[in-house]
Design a protein around this ligand. Structure first.
Ligand code: ARG
Length: 560
């Protein structure tokens, strides 16, 4: 039952479409006032009357029924109460019958959304700075799919540039196939760092690096084989982390994929008279728009980061015909995205408006401790493993007899890392604290996972819910059911604002209301009717929290 739709269809206000009325209807935070409210000031202009007057008039014209049991005009608001028994029945039966599809919809059907995220750099360590792009992007991808969009997950690999020439030089001078295959990313980092040290004293190394990069570009066999080995090793290493985080991609087309797709774009820029010469380099002047120029070609004719992004954007439009194309990239790159979106617009690509930079803040560790060991970077893998280890210790303390301790520790540990990254508004910088994210009290992942385990244990001890007859609801029962009904809204909000945190927030609120219900409402030992209603609530909460966590990439555990 869509109450907002039902109420707006019954209101039938002249001069205002039903869908507009529907979008004005709110759910008041305090359910004592009503379950839905129409703020009449939104209608003042159209209806030429005061909100108080409008509310009064609408109220007299409104007739209550089996679905809406009360309608009151209060201070310019029109408040509605729904028939709670009918409401409870419709919500609980919808959740239980839809199960793992509860909250899903088809509002995205026929529309493609490209979500670019993670976009790691080949041969560079996967550090904590990649956490947010990876989990925000992955969650948005899952959310869009759940809403029926055709979502495409893209990892725009950083696999192009002179640094690969440098690596080849370094490899030839100070490493070997054996060392690289054994030492993997650590070995690649080591020789990369060494290259920079040596190049300070022997600047001719830089020329050699440029020569090797040119060889890669020109299709030289040996250079390409080495480059592919570096790429393979990097992908194998990050794949492990993606697996832990339940992250996946449909395309790994990185920067090098666009090597042969840039020339026509440079041509197009020339034809459209957008290219200017600046000391031999080719730029698009953006002064008029208050931005520095966008660099397209260096004076030696080689392409730049922005050139590849232009090619990638155009390729994605051609290949996927997207409705929206998202770039989940740190806010440090704000200017880059503004510039290249502007260039697309100047090129006459009307779809430039559908490209969105989904910017996010920075992550740092509360204890800088780990950063010393790895040079200057904190490896994401180390953070996840340490969180899993700590989760294992907590389990040993709290529940030493638990079966499958390792599996549980993995779900709790990785869940805690993901959840804490998705907990706040994405633009906020976050400080990661092992103890905070693993706490069972407060707004944490273990708290939500524990709530699911609690539901599970109730269902296995007391039994699965059976049918019940309507009964007056307690406030705690009602509030859980009311929160259950808002799941779809939370997911849609998350998709519209690119904010998985709306789903995190939702899960925390549902867990909190459920635990209040759990403390105040007995289940076993109650009369059959009450027991079955309450078991239906328990089951619905379990389903909904599991679905919410799945959209974030987090697993639940049966027992904890
Ligand atoms: N690889 C880049 C980095 O680590 C991020 C790529 C962002 N995406 C893009 N289309 N420019 O900084």
């Amino acid at each position: 039952m869509d109450y907002k739709q039902y109420i707006s269809s019954k209101l039938n206000i002249e001069g205002v479409s039903e869908s507009d009325v529907m979008s004005f209807i709110e759910t008041p935070p305090n359910t004592e006032m009503g379950d839905y409210a129409l703020p009449c000031f939104k209608l003042s202009k159209i209806m030429h009357a005061s909100p108080v007057q409008i509310a009064e008039n609408l109220k007299s014209a409104f007739s209550c029924d089996d679905i809406i049991s009360e309608c009151n005009a209060v201070n310019g608001y029109l408040n509605f109460k729904v028939n709670r028994n009918g409401f409870a029945r419709s919500v609980l039966s919808e959740v239980i019958s839809k199960g793992d599809k509860y909250g899903a919809s088809d509002i995205g059907s026929g529309k493609t959304v490209c979500v670019e995220y993670s976009s790691i750099n080949i041969a560079k360590p996967f550090h904590i700075g990649h956490l947010l792009t990876t989990v925000i992007g992955s969650s948005l991808y899952k959310i869009y799919k759940f809403l029926g969009y055709n979502a495409v997950a893209i990892n725009h690999l950083g696999d192009y540039g002179t640094q690969f020439g440098k690596l080849i030089v370094a490899y030839k001078k100070w490493s070997s196939e054996k060392q690289v295959l054994e030492g993997r990313l650590k070995e690649l980092s080591r020789i990369y760092v060494k290259f920079h040290e040596e190049a300070k004293i022997h600047p001719e190394l830089d020329d050699e690096a440029r020569r090797y990069f040119k060889l890669i570009e020109d299709g030289d066999k040996e250079s390409n084989e080495l480059f592919l080995m570096f790429k393979k090793i990097t992908l194998e290493e990050v794949e492990k982390i993606y697996k832990l985080l339940n992250v996946s991609f449909d395309s790994y087309a990185g920067e090098s994929f666009y090597s042969d797709k840039m020339a026509p774009i440079v041509e197009e820029l020339k034809e459209k008279k957008l290219l200017k010469n600046s000391d031999g380099a080719s730029i698009v002047d953006l002064e008029e728009f208050g931005m520095p120029p966008c660099l397209i070609l260096k004076s030696d004719g080689s392409s730049l980061y922005a050139t590849r992004d232009l090619a990638a954007a155009i390729y994605r439009k051609k290949t996927y015909d997207f409705y929206k194309s998202l770039y989940v990239v740190a806010y440090q790159q704000n200017l880059h995205f503004k510039q290249f979106f502007k260039v697309l617009e100047l090129m006459g690509k009307e779809w430039a408006k559908d490209c969105v930079h989904v910017a996010y803040g920075m992550v740092s560790l509360e204890s800088g401790a780990m950063s010393t060991r790895e040079g200057n970077v904190v490896l994401l893998e180390d953070v996840i493993n340490k969180t899993i280890e700590k989760a294992y210790k907590v389990i040993e303390e709290k529940n030493p007899n638990l079966e499958n301790k390792e599996k549980t520790a993995r779900a709790v540990g990785t869940g805690a890392v993901i959840f804490s990254a998705l907990q706040n508004n994405k633009i906020k910088d976050i400080v990661f604290s092992y103890d905070k994210v693993l706490s069972f009290e407060g707004e944490t992942c273990p708290y939500v996972q524990y709530t699911v385990a609690r539901c599970n244990s109730l269902l296995s001890k007391v039994g699965e819910p059976k049918d019940y007859n309507d009964k007056d609801l307690t406030i705690e029962e009602y509030e859980v059911i009311n929160q259950l009904s808002k799941f779809k809204d939370a997911i849609i909000y998350a998709s519209e604002k690119y904010e998985p945190s709306a789903v995190t927030r939702y899960a925390l609120d549902l867990a909190t209301l459920f635990n209040k219900f759990y403390i105040n409402c007995k289940i076993a030992g109650e009369d059959e009717n009450t027991k079955n209603l309450r078991l239906s609530i328990v089951k619905s909460v379990k389903i909904t929290l599991t679905n919410a966590l799945r959209l974030l990439g987090i697993e639940t555990v049966e027992v904890m």
